[in-house]
Write a protein that binds this ligand. Structure first.
Ligand code: PEP
Length: 252
């Protein structure tokens, strides 16, 4: 079954105090949420323990990145197993900031996905084209390549643990959102790629990310192939994030 998910990526923002107060406010803000959406908070890794302790049953927790190895001499890295050990259920993989600033490749994405799935986590695999790629007509081929190589090693029984987040790079943190129609078109294209990979494509959740706000979330989430959102800036304000969680229609 297709999961409906709203995930807040806090990136490298905030403080321990802010993390604690934000998770508390989100938890109470969604206490009567009845649209079936899974709410996920993805704080900086150092705050995971506090957030897990305060999240309660209605909020799941994730990490923003894991290493591509199981364990060993990889100073500064954390593993999928460690994230699981600390109570995380989700992990982002291949966020555009990691691809652009930290040399994340489709190969490392595939390795991380494999470790996350075997550790029992849900991998939120981020894909998306740059503005130059969109303007030169390559958006679809770029996204298809990211999907196909990042998910190449997913076993047939693991697709329920895979979520794809389409995040056009030009929309992240810029205030420019893809139109609901353009986002839907790319989500449909991603679903086709998944089907060709042998996935149960209709059951895989596809999130949209890129300047989703309280006032544009409902239009995006109303599209048939948009199953929720990956939210950056707006997830740092509890009220805005809760409104976005509420914008998920009960029927998708
Ligand atoms: C993100 O970082 O994944 C993101 C979508 O950020 P924003 O919502 O701020 O554009």
């Amino acid at each position: 079954m297709r999961r409906k998910i709203v995930a807040g990526n806090w990136k490298m923002n905030g403080s321990r105090d802010l993390a604690k107060s934000l998770v508390g406010s989100v938890r109470s803000g969604i206490s009567d949420l009845d649209n079936g959406a899974e709410v996920v908070i993805i704080p900086p890794a150092l705050y995971v323990r506090d957030v897990v302790e305060l999240a309660g049953a209605s909020v799941s927790v994730g990490v923003q990145n894991v290493g591509q190895w199981l364990s060993g001499a990889y100073t500064g890295e954390i593993s999928a197993g460690m994230a699981r050990d600390m109570g995380c259920e989700f992990a982002l993989v291949g966020h555009s900031e990691r691809r652009q600033l930290f040399g994340e490749t489709d190969e490392s994405v595939a390795a991380k996905v494999e470790h996350l799935l075997s550790s029992g986590l849900t991998a939120v695999v981020c894909v998306g084209e740059t503005l130059a790629e969109r303007e030169s007509g390559k958006a679809e081929s770029v996204v298809a390549a990211q999907v196909r190589s990042g998910l190449a090693k997913v076993g047939h029984d693991r697709w329920q643990q895979v979520v794809v987040a389409y995040e056009p790079v030009w929309a992240i943190g810029t205030g420019k959102t893809a139109t609901a129609g353009d986002a839907q078109a790319m989500h449909g294209w991603i679903r086709n790629q998944l089907a060709e990979l042998g996935a149960p494509a209709e059951d895989v959740s596809l999130l949209y990310g890129g300047s989703v706000k309280a006032d544009n979330a409902a239009a995006l989430f109303a599209e048939p192939d948009i199953d929720g959102g990956l939210i950056g800036g707006a997830s740092l304000k509890a009220e805005d994030f809760v409104s976005i969680c509420r914008a998920v229609p009960a029927s998708i």
